[in-house]
Write a protein that binds this ligand. Structure first.
Ligand code: PLP
Length: 369
C-alpha cells in the first residue's frame, strides 16, 4: 500500500461506524448509487457490466467465472447448494453463520451432517479428512471468517484436506474475508466462494458477489435445481454483459467505482491495511486485558471479537461507546452478553480506529459489570 493512499476517500480519521457489516461507505460510492436510471437491456448497462467481472476476478484471485446477484449473502448460500445439488453435505460448523448455512442445507432438503468445532476454535483440517474418510459427501460447506466469533479458519488447508481425501466440492463463505484478508480461489482450489457487498468490499448492502469453478459450472449445467440464482442463466447472460433478471443497477454503479478504488490500493495493499488494523486491536486488547476467544493465528482480519476484562460489561460498553458517537457490534447469539465485536473492514483507516479505541477506553471506565 502506498503511504499516500487514503482508504476513506477524503475522510481520514472520521469513520465512526465499526459494525462487522454493514460497514461504513465512502462518499464517492454512495454518490455513484444516485446515478440516473438506465435500462438493463441497453448498451449503457452492457458497457457497465462488462467492466465488473475482469476486476472482481482480481479481488477473488481467479481467472475463472465471477458474477453478481441482487441478493444478500444468504441467497448465495442457497445458490451454491441448489446449483450443485450435491446429495449429502458435510457442514463445518464453528459459530452462528456456519450453523445457519448448515440449516440452509437442511431446509433445502439436502441430507446434512455437521462436523462441529467449539465456538472460537478453528476447524481442524484433520477432522475434515477423517469425516470425509468415513462417509462420501457431495459438498463441504465452510465459513472462512466466522463473524460471530472472529475466528479465521485455515481455508487453504481445509480445501486441501477435502481435495486429498474426496471428490467433494468445496463451497466457501468468504463473506468477511474476501477483500480484507487473503482469499485465493484458484490457488486454494475452491469450487464456489461467495460474499456480500456490505462487508470488506465496503458497498451498501444488497449485492451478492461470487466465484464458481469450471468443475462447479459443468456440474451446475447438468444438475441445477435453482431458479432465481441459476448459474447457467447467469453465465449465458454474462456472455452478453447482462444479468438474467432486473439487477440493482445502483449497486453496480457503486461497485464499478469501488473496484477502481480497491485496485488502486491493490488487493495486497488492502490485505496489508486490514492486517495493520487487526494487529492494532490485538495490541490494544492485550494492554487493556480484553481477551479473544480464537487463539493467535486463527483470528479474523476484519472482525475482532473480544470478551471485556473482568469488571466491564460488554453490553454496557457497546452502549457507552455509542453515546460517544461510535457504533460497534455487540456479541452474537449465545455470546451476546459476554463479548463485543469491532468490525474493522472495508475503507476504515488506522486514525479512525485509534479514535474508536480511545473512546472505548473512556467507555470501559463507565461500563461496570
Ligand atoms: N456469512 C457470514 C460469515 C456473515 O458474516 C454474514 C452476515 O453477517 C452472512 C453470511 C449473511 O450475510 P447476509 O446477511 O448478507 O445474508
Amino acid at each position: 500500500m502506498s503511504a499516500a493512499f487514503d482508504p476513506t476517500g477524503g475522510k481520514p480519521g472520521q469513520v465512526r461506524f465499526f459494525l462487522p457489516g454493514p460497514v461504513w461507505v465512502r462518499d464517492a460510492v454512495r454518490q455513484a448509487m444516485a446515478h440516473e436510471a438506465i435500462g438493463h437491456r441497453g448498451k449503457a448497462f452492457s458497457d457497465l457490466y462488462a467492466r465488473i467481472p475482469p476486476r472482481l476476478a482480481r479481488v477473488f484471485r481467479t481467472k475463472g467465472f465471477v458474477f453478481t446477484t441482487t441478493s444478500a449473502g444468504t441467497g448465495l448460500w442457497e445458490a451454491a447448494l441448489l446449483n450443485l445439488a450435491p446429495g449429502r453435505v458435510l457442514s463445518l460448523v464453528s459459530g452462528a453463520f456456519s450453523e445457519r448455512w448448515a440449516q440452509c442445507a437442511r431446509d433445502l432438503g439436502f441430507e446434512t451432517d455437521v462436523l462441529e468445532t467449539p465456538w472460537g476454535r478453528p476447524v481442524d483440517p484433520d477432522d475434515v479428512r477423517r469425516a470425509l474418510g468415513k462417509t462420501p459427501y457431495g459438498a463441504v460447506t465452510v465459513v472462512h471468517s466466522e463473524t460471530s466469533t472472529g475466528t479465521l479458519n485455515d481455508l487453504a488447508a481445509i480445501a486441501r484436506a477435502v481435495r486429498e481425501s474426496s471428490e467433494a466440492f468445496v463451497l466457501a463463505d468468504v463473506v468477511t474475508s474476501v477483500a480484507g484478508s487473503p482469499v485465493e480461489c484458484d490457488a486454494w482450489g475452491l469450487d464456489f466462494a461467495l460474499s456480500g457487498s456490505q462487508k470488506a468490499l465496503a458497498l451498501p448492502p444488497g449485492l451478492g458477489v461470487a466465484f464458481a469453478s469450471d468443475r462447479f459450472r459443468a456440474r451446475a449445467r447438468e444438475k441445477s435445481r435453482a431458479h432465481y440464482l441459476r448459474l447457467s442463466e447467469a453465465e449465458a447472460f454474462a456472455a452478453r454483459n447482462q444479468t438474467p433478471y432486473t439487477p440493482s443497477t445502483p449497486h453496480l454503479f457503486a461497485l464499478d467505482v469501488q473496484l477502481d478504488h480497491i485496485l488502486t490500493e491493490t488487493v495486497e495493499g488492502r490485505w496489508a491495511r486490514h492486517d495493520a488494523l487487526r494487529s492494532r486491536v490485538a495490541r490494544w486488547a492485550a494492554e487493556r486485558g480484553h481477551t479473544y476467544a480464537p487463539p493467535e493465528g486463527a483470528r479474523s482480519w476484519t472482525v475482532s471479537c473480544l470478551a471485556p476484562r473482568p469488571g466491564v460489561s460488554a453490553e454496557a460498553l457497546v452502549a457507552k461507546v455509542k453515546e460517544r458517537g461510535f457504533t460497534i457490534g455487540g456479541g452474537y447469539g449465545k455470546w451476546k452478553a459476554s463479548s463485543f465485536r469491532i468490525g474493522h473492514m472495508g475503507d476504515v483507516d488506522l486514525a479512525s480506529l485509534e479514535a474508536l479505541l480511545a473512546a472505548l477506553d473512556e467507555s470501559a471506565a463507565e461500563a461496570a459489570a
